[in-house]
Ligand binder design. Structure first.
Ligand code: DI6
Ligand code: FE
Length: 409
């Protein structure tokens, strides 16, 4: 074992998520960190008696997991849509509200009015809520600007929130989220703008890590999505897809065809699409918050995902319309109660599989060489993370090797 570690955490149980049954659990373990990376993980009794560290933290019997990863959010936005919530409660559908010019376009109106600073100020409490629950990596999509300047504003706000909060933010350009009002009846012209201007420009400015699209009857067709993905590919960006959320448009297979990092929602995905995702290595991102808020009844084909060995991630879809959620822990619960995931599958969905949905090989598990994003929980068993509804058992956070908080230390 090397000489002096930067940080040593003792007295813990670990859900390593690094393979093996039951979350790769390791009871009575310890974890050592050096240079922002995990240097060693193992049973505490294997620590050499002369092991030294600049700082040692006692976990007092709590559980350690990798930092949680929310791989699908739209958390930078302005305003809110509580009036649409009321309209849906009195019988209107999400699709009819969207067709009448509300929905995503309502938030686009609010975002276009807002300054970057406004957007940061309105989104800060949401990101802070994630961070307080042990989320150390968050993906944030644009998609409420729908022109180059306003999509840039959203991505810039996401990047600047990252800087001030310390959470690692991955940005995704979602130009093909909805047809903006000024392009009504000029669909092809908007897709041209997205492909010829928005994607190349924002990729060149390094504001986006990936490109996403909403492939749906109320949004973009499979052919329009293909054009967007081809532009992403030319710009050297990975792709992800909002697929088969409200109807089966063949989104799962389309995502697989382009080697997408993930296909998300998937309530209506067909079996051939799931099989294609397995072959392509595309992660299924489950979004139970949107399913719940829209009071959907069609559950994603979990059995097919398991049968084909498609990795399942779980995310919040934090957005003002269909998932006004800022708790990833609540999504672990809903993934189990609504979709039937085991607690171990749900936790994998917010750690190792979420990392893969973002194309990040350096996190999501506790193993030597991984980024040192580590969370301490006051729980007796890992299943408690999805069993409880409300409350926050997070008792300590180490992010990129730095202690953000630790009990009373
Ligand atoms: N699917 C969703 O659930 C969100 N976007 C998407 O493509 C909804 C976004 C909104 O209604 O504001
Ligand atoms: Fe979404």
């Amino acid at each position: 074992m090397p000489g002096i570690f930067d940080l040593l955490v003792t007295g813990c149980h670990l859900a390593t998520m690094a393979g093996g049954p039951r979350c790769g659990e390791l009871r009575d373990g310890a974890i050592a960190i050096t240079g922002g990376r995990i240097a060693w993980v193992g049973p505490q009794r294997d620590l050499a008696r002369d092991t030294r560290a600049v700082r040692t933290l006692d976990a007092a019997g709590g559980w350690i997991t990798p930092g949680l990863i929310d791989c699908h959010t739209h958390l930078v936005y302005a305003g809110n849509r509580s009036s649409e919530f009321e309209a849906r409660l009195s019988g209107e559908s999400y699709a009819s509200i969207a067709r009448a010019g509300g929905g995503i376009n309502a938030t686009v109106g609010a975002v276009r009015q807002a300054t970057t600073e406004n957007l940061v100020a309105q989104s800060r409490p949401r990101l802070a809520a994630f961070a307080a629950e042990g989320v150390t990596t968050v993906e944030i999509k644009s998609g409420y600007g729908l022109d180059t300047a306003n999509e840039r504003k959203l991505l810039t706000a996401a990047r600047s929130l990252a800087g001030e909060c310390g959470v690692d933010v991955r940005t995704t350009l979602l130009a093909a989220h909805a047809l903006p009002r000024e392009f009504a009846d000029r669909r092809a012209a908007y897709v041209d703008l997205a492909c010829r201007e928005m994607i190349p420009a924002l990729a060149k400015e390094r504001l986006a890590d990936a490109v996403d699209a909403f492939c749906e009857t109320i949004a973009f067709t499979p052919d329009e999505t293909r054009r967007v993905f081809a532009a992403a590919r030319s710009a050297g960006l990975a792709v992800k897809l909002h697929a088969d959320q409200l109807s089966d448009t063949g989104g799962a297979a389309l995502a697989a065809e382009f080697g997408a990092l993930s296909a998300d929602h998937l309530e209506y995905a067909n079996d051939a699409g799931i099989a294609a995702m397995a072959r392509a290595g595309t992660v299924a991102v489950l979004l139970p918050g949107a399913f719940y808020a829209l009071r959907e009844t069609r559950v994603p084909p979990i059995a097919a995902m398991r049968a084909h060995g498609v990795p399942m991630a779980v995310a919040t879809d934090c957005n003002p319309g269909t998932s006004p959620v800022s708790s990833l822990l609540l999504m672990l619960n809903m993934a189990s109660t609504l979709f039937g995931l085991t607690p171990a599958e749900a936790l994998a969905g917010a750690t190792c599989h979420a990392a893969r949905a973002l194309g990040l090989a350096d996190r999501g598990a506790l193993a030597a060489g991984m980024r040192a994003d580590v969370v301490l929980w006051d729980i007796a068993e890992p299943a408690e993370l999805s069993y409880r509804i409300g409350g926050n058992p997070c008792a300590g956070i180490v992010r990129d090797g730095a202690v953000v908080r630790w009990r009373s230390a």
